[in-house]
Design a protein. Structure first.
Lengths: 417, 160
């Protein structure tokens, strides 16, 4: 329904966040509105790691929705973020994902900007031999790069376009800050990066991340290998207003595993073939944080994931590309004080993640399958009722889609749906 | 004359690379581990990670058991849309050679075909191989697959 208050071709069902109208995954008007209301709106967006820009002039590029961004360390050692767009004609100022520079100089007309985004020079500003030059109305101080507000949390850099965005601590809540301190509380080492082109809307991916219900079912590897099952001790911790979350479990503490056999689950059928890992080195895990918590999947609304799968640590960002395409960017990391055994252990366990991930593989394709299934049914809606209707966590249980409903609570608030 | 030591030849190494490729493209995954020594290294990485000297792999197996685990996971546990590969290889460049081993590189492209007929250029890159002669048979001690692109279309289930 289109009206003046809701110009989008979506009517949210009366049931609220336990129904997700399929139109939000497919309609171009929704995609367009998300760019403004969410990605350039009051959210904190992950931009990169401090350790990637160790010295003044070191930069990495990021993408906030459609907007290309440069993250750079300035001469004072502070992290700055600005749009990668010359204020003259709009040309990008850097082209490589990572680099080091003294200043940003546009190749087109030589407009120059310092590491704070302030304009410092333009070619032929005063003309040639006293003729030509910029108009009297032109002022360099009015033509700096568009900047983002930056927050650095335990070496993770976040940025926002909006003045309305609450402080980061308030935006995610104290429990999520505590987990970032837990996982990123000592000097990090980047082990590598890669990305995946996903044939689906970005929200189908982030919903999948926020849904612990599927993890031991779709990912039969998880269920069979008893790496992560809903019968293990665990829970869901909600961030502020339910927008962000942590799902966690302890693999050493499991009770009631027979429900996997009773519910005729695929993983139980595969177990019956006698599938088990021949190689034990990948399951040779250690307790990184001294709390027996073997898995934490931690999101920051709208599109960032901090992952701890045993000792396999990674950051993921899902970048929207179009209604039916997104890019999933991965950064694998360990710690600077990792010895050789720990480094090798993390590298081996990274077989579980990424495009060839023994666990993560299905996450890359399931959204694309959903997108195929909902084609032509945009007036219909998904049913999200596991664990009730609301976003309150069930103590000690992950058998809930409450965190999925939490994402949609934030989404509706920003989108006006 | 004393016993004649058998020496590895480039032609033998090329034959190993060809046989491996047909095994993958024909979909006989269960034979994949038989092309490697024990221990071994099979890994897929990206050109960007190589240039940045980053150790992360997209896929990493360093012994026979891990190779068989990967086959079993693909055949029994992992879920993906069925598809086929078709590799096209270049000539190989020999980097180093002695009596028992060869280090060589070979460029490849890999086309992926889904059952519904979608055909895409899935990957391009180079194989960086360390091939050894063991009991008269050539095997990969190391096969490193370096993808030109850092972005993978959806997923890599079958090894390249």
């Amino acid at each position: 329904m289109k009206n003046s208050e809701n110009p989008l071709p979506v009517t949210w069902p009366e049931e609220g966040v336990r129904r997700i109208p399929y139109a939000v995954y497919s309609e171009p008007e929704v995609f367009e509105h998300e760019q403004k209301a969410i990605f350039r709106g009051p959210i904190w967006h992950f931009l990169g790691l401090e350790v990637q820009i160790p010295e003044a002039g070191c930069y990495v590029t990021a993408q906030v929705g459609e907007v290309p961004v440069i993250v750079v360390r300035n001469d004072e050692g502070e992290v700055q973020a600005m749009v990668n767009r010359c204020s003259h004609k709009g040309t990008p100022l850097v082209y490589t994902p990572q680099g080091k520079t003294k200043r940003f100089m546009c190749i087109y007309h030589n407009w120059c900007f310092n590491l704070n985004g302030k304009m410092t020079a333009a070619a032929f500003e005063r003309g040639v031999r006293g003729k030509g030059g910029m108009a009297d109305t032109f002022k360099k101080e009015d033509n700096g790069l568009q900047r983002l507000r930056v927050h650095v949390q335990n070496g993770l850099i976040f940025g926002t376009f909006s003045d309305e965005t609450p402080p980061f601590e308030e935006y995610v809540g104290p429990e999520l800050i505590a987990n970032m301190q837990r996982v990123c509380g000592k000097p990090l080492r980047v082990l590598g990066t890669y990305s995946q082109k996903l044939p689906s809307n970005w929200k189908l991916y982030i919903e999948n991340v926020k849904d612990p219900y599927h993890a031991s079912i779709l990912h039969a590897f998880n269920g069979v290998m008893k790496q992560d099952r809903l019968t293990m001790e665990g829970g869901i911790t909600m961030g502020t207003n339910g927008w962000s979350h942590i799902s966690w479990s302890k693999m050493k503490f499991e009770t009631g595993g027979e429900v996997y056999e009773e519910a005729e689950m695929r993983s139980a059928e595969i177990s019956a073939y006698g599938f088990g890992l021949r190689d034990k080195s990948m399951t040779d895990v250690w307790d990184d944080f001294g709390d027996s918590v073997s898995m934490t999947i931690h999101t920051v609304f709208p599109n960032f994931v901090l992952q701890q799968l045993r000792n396999c640590l990674a950051l993921r960002t899902i970048v929207p590309v179009g209604t039916h395409e997104s890019e999933l960017r991965w950064i694998a990391f360990g710690y600077q004080d990792d010895d050789e055994r720990k480094l090798n252990g993390r590298l081996k366990q990274s077989n579980m993640m990424g495009p060839a991930g023994l666990i993560a593989m299905e996450d890359g394709m399931i959204g694309g399958l959903v997108q195929q299934g909902i084609a032509g049914s945009l007036d219909k809606a998904a049913v999200i009722e596991m664990g009730g209707h609301g976003i309150e966590p069930i103590p000690g249980s992950r058998v809930s889609e409450g965190s999925v409903r939490g994402f949609w609570t934030g989404y509706r608030a920003l989108m006006g749906l | 004359m004393s016993n004649v030591m058998e020496r590895i030849t480039v032609a033998q190494a090329r034959q190993l690379i060809a046989d491996y490729t047909y095994t993958i493209d024909d979909g006989v995954l269960s034979d994949w581990p038989t092309y490697f020594t024990e221990p071994c290294i099979y890994r897929i990485t990206t050109r960007q990670n190589e240039e940045m000297i980053m150790p992360l792999s997209i896929m990493l197996c360093d012994n026979q058991a891990m190779l068989y685990d990967r086959v079993e996971a693909i055949e029994k546990a992992n879920i993906f849309e069925p598809h086929y590969y078709r590799h096209v290889l270049s000539d190989s460049k020999v980097l180093e050679m002695d009596d028992e081993s060869i280090r060589m590189e070979t460029s490849f492209t890999c086309v992926r075909t889904m059952l519904d007929g979608r055909v895409t250029l899935f990957a391009s890159g180079r194989y960086s191989d360390h091939i050894v002669l063991e009991e008269g048979r050539c095997l990969f001690r190391t096969r490193k697959v370096v993808l030109d692109s850092s972005k993978v279309d959806t997923l890599i289930a079958i090894p390249l």
